[in-house]
Design a protein. Structure first.
Ligand code: HEC
Length: 145
């Protein structure tokens, strides 16, 4: 009798051990499902957030040009192209005005490169690509008006 009970206890112990293992495995599976759900939600959220951001900023070029304009040009031309107080005292043209907007790209690039009147030359401090991007930036000022 006592031997039988002992044996049963032993078997019970094995059963319990097995159950415990299965429970543990289920726990892992649950954790795995949870983690992958969270990951998928994160990836989804990232796509959701980044798509409008990419749309809002058409290209890294225009962001860079806008920054160059702020540091090199805005002190005379104003961030919006209308002309700062200093610039107005030097008679800078409103960059959004037809007088500037009707000038072809190549000529604007040439003025930025070599300067003109009170406008300093930038060919030594800006690359051709940067100057081209600035011309595009000046065109975009026109559209914002
Ligand atoms: C020190 C002040 C100053 C700075 C800095 C400056 N400009 Fe000018 N800019 C002028 C002045 C003055 C004029 C008018 C020149 C003229 O027509 O005699 C001018 C004219 C221009 C024109 C009109 C050219 C035309 O033919 O109508 C453009 C385009 C221009 N600047 C772009 C820029 C860009 C881009 C930068 C930055 C890289 C810049 N400027 C920095 C003073 C400045």
């Amino acid at each position: 009798m006592s031997v039988g009970r002992k044996r049963r206890t032993h078997k019970d112990a094995i059963e319990e051990f097995k159950k415990g293992k299965i429970m543990l495995r289920d726990k892992y599976r649950h954790a795995l499902v949870c983690t992958s759900t969270i990951l998928m939600a994160l990836v989804g959220a990232l796509i959701f957030v980044s798509v409008p951001m990419v749309r809002a900023n058409p290209s890294p070029d225009s962001v860079a040009a806008s920054a160059t304009f702020r540091t090199k040009c805005a002190m005379c031309h104003g961030q919006d192209g209308a002309g700062s107080a200093v610039g107005k005292s030097m008679n800078v043209p409103d960059l959004r005005a037809p007088m500037v907007q009707n000038v072809p790209d190549a000529e604007l690039a040439q003025v930025i490169s070599n300067g003109k009147g009170g406008m300093p030359p930038f060919k030594s401090s800006l690359s051709e690509d940067q100057i081209r991007a600035l011309v595009t930036h000046i065109r975009s000022l026109h559209q914002k008006k």
